[in-house]
Design a protein around this ligand. Structure first.
Ligand SMILES: [Ca+2]
Length: 275
């Protein structure tokens, strides 16, 4: 129990306005892996990591959204006046295209749905839609509350807002079609930040921790924890907000990558079983 309390950000208060969380043990992810070969890490309740390789990352990029698209990084960065959407060469970190959001917007989560990118902003209740090729801004959309992380399961946009809630949005109407509340053994897991849909699960950075939680998208149960302690030893040293944030997955090669805000590296990692 000591371990659990040590890492999880728990909040009973955050539960008050919704049904009591159940004490059901974490269940298996609902979405089967297509080729029938479940990745080995699916059997982990707790994982640590091995670094497979390190790739360069812009230390001026305050990472709020990261994904792979057509072999390149796509990244959303935050900060008023510095917020951007950018396409970055994977091996070199060279910025291939960058669009600034303007001084009034703080960039947050980013995902691709079809031939468009969708980007959240922090407290403006406004998101942007871009043409995936040109990065030309096509339209805006609105949502309630804060925008933090964004990903997709191929049907919905899935967004976090800093609480334990994940909302599923229709990518055309931006209406909330459903929401889940993320919990670990009946306790809410709050401060969910950058997201990535990986093999039928939602991976989420937990803000100001070195953990990623693996979430069942059906019921919100945490089915596994990835412990990334020490992956970037200088994390949070230059600035307390330069923390782990950013998960990208290449579904074809099955390569998993993580980074942090203004970190000099993006790390490809392999998950190793602790238990
Ligand atoms: Ca991501």
């Amino acid at each position: 129990m000591k371990l659990l309390l040590g890492w999880l950000v728990l909040s009973v208060a955050a539960c008050k306005d919704k049904p009591e969380a159940t004490s059901t043990p974490p269940s298996e992810p609902a979405v089967a892996v297509q080729d029938g070969q479940a990745p080995e890490w699916k059997s982990h309740q707790w994982s640590k990591y091995e670094v497979v390789r390190e790739l360069p990352h812009d230390t001026a990029a305050y990472t709020q959204g990261l994904l792979l698209s057509d072999g390149h990084w796509m990244e959303s960065t935050g900060g008023f006046g510095a917020s951007s959407i950018r396409r970055v060469e994977k091996a070199t970190g060279k910025v291939l295209k960058l669009e600034l959001l303007g001084k009034n917007f703080f960039g947050e989560g980013l995902t691709q749905f079809g031939d468009k990118f969708y980007q959240l902003t922090w407290q403006s209740h406004q998101g942007f839609v871009y043409d995936a090729k040109s990065l030309k801004r096509l339209s805006k959309f609105n949502y309630q509350g804060e925008g933090w992380g964004l990903t997709t399961d191929g049907k919905s946009l899935i967004m976090s807002d800093g609480s334990d809630r994940l909302r599923f949005l229709d990518p055309k109407t931006f209406k909330v079609t459903r929401e889940i509340f993320v919990s670990y053994r009946g306790k809410s897991v709050i401060r969910l930040n950058e997201l990535e849909f990986v093999e039928g699960e939602i991976f989420a950075n937990v803000w100001h921790t070195e953990q990623i939680v693996r979430i069942n998208p059906v019921d919100g149960n945490v089915v596994g924890v990835i412990e990334l302690t020490g992956i970037y030893p200088d994390a949070g040293k230059k600035h307390p907000e330069y923390v782990l944030n950013g998960i990208a997955y290449d579904a074809e090669s099955k390569e998993l990558y993580v980074t942090g805000k203004c970190w000099p590296k993006i790390y490809q990692i392999r998950l190793v079983k602790v238990r």
